[in-house]
Write a protein that binds this ligand. Structure first.
Ligand code: SAM
Length: 234
């Protein structure tokens, strides 16, 4: 299921924690080491922790709500309030989506206003978020739009507790904007990550457990025979 669909009740304030591999994916193309990063919608702090693991020198975490996860400040990113952080190289988050993506669009616009030069904005959004004509000013018509990193794996936003494997339907991408002192304008680039997408095993115990588990063993044997790793747990 997708977190942006209208068929499910929304989680309060759009709190959907991002798995750490998603931050690993952006780090394949963006060297995070030594950067001072502002995570302005930190939720329970998972993305901030993953950014620290990628070698960021400092991660300043804020959110409109204090969930007691040790954030640095409670701050509405869309307000005029400035963070108690003197300088930052990068603003990075998975923003709240809101009705028809309005909050996500506001995060792009306010993020660009809050960026210093030089500075980077990285937001995790639905993969087709740049296709809406109404958002052209944030993407195709925006001189700061620098790159889109398409995720080759789908993010599991909802953990199931009924034993059935989650099968997310939504594709996501990182979108990157850069404020640079250069007056040159480069066309945005499309990149892909993670480099080695984990191939899902064909397990579906709901259909037929024996057949399903044998299909998994066969897939692992094929993978090892092809010189790959047998099984990559997530
Ligand atoms: C999709 S969650 C992302 C949590 C975290 N960044 C992550 O990736 O694990 C969105 C977060 O945005 C926060 N939020 C919603 N509106 C906000 C605002 N105006 N300013 C700051 N944070 C906001 C919510 O409280 C929620 O924690």
């Amino acid at each position: 299921m997708g977190k942006h669909g209208t068929e499910y009740a929304r989680v309060e304030r759009d709190l959907y924690p991002t798995p750490s591999w998603v931050v690993g994916a952006v780090a394949e193309h963006l060297d995070l080491r030594g950067l001072t990063v502002w995570e302005p919608a930190c939720g329970d702090g998972g993305m901030a922790a993953a950014l620290r693991c990628q070698g960021c020198a400092r991660v300043y975490a804020s959110d409109i709500v204090d969930r007691g996860a040790g954030q640095d400040e409670t701050l509405d990113f869309l307000s005029a309030q400035n963070p108690k952080l003197e300088r930052f190289d990068l603003i990075c988050t998975n923003p709240p989506f809101g009705q028809r993506g309005r909050l996500a669009t506001a995060f792009i616009e306010v993020g660009l206003q809050r960026l210093r030069t030089p500075g980077l904005l990285a937001l995790l959004l639905p993969c087709d978020f740049d296709s809406a004509k109404t958002c052209a000013r944030c993407f195709g018509d925006c001189p700061h739009f620098a790159a889109k990193i398409v995720l080759r794996e789908r993010v599991v936003w909802f953990r199931r507790d009924d034993g059935i494997r989650a099968a997310p339907k939504e594709n996501s991408a990182w979108f990157l904007w850069q404020r640079s002192p250069l007056r040159l304008r480069h066309a945005p680039v499309i990149l892909y990550a993670p480099a080695n997408a984990a191939v899902e095993l064909p397990y579906d115990g709901n259909v037929d457990f024996d057949r399903s588990i044998n299909a998994c063993y066969a897939a692992i044997r094929d993978r090892v025979a092809a010189g790959g790793r047998g099984w990559k747990p997530k």
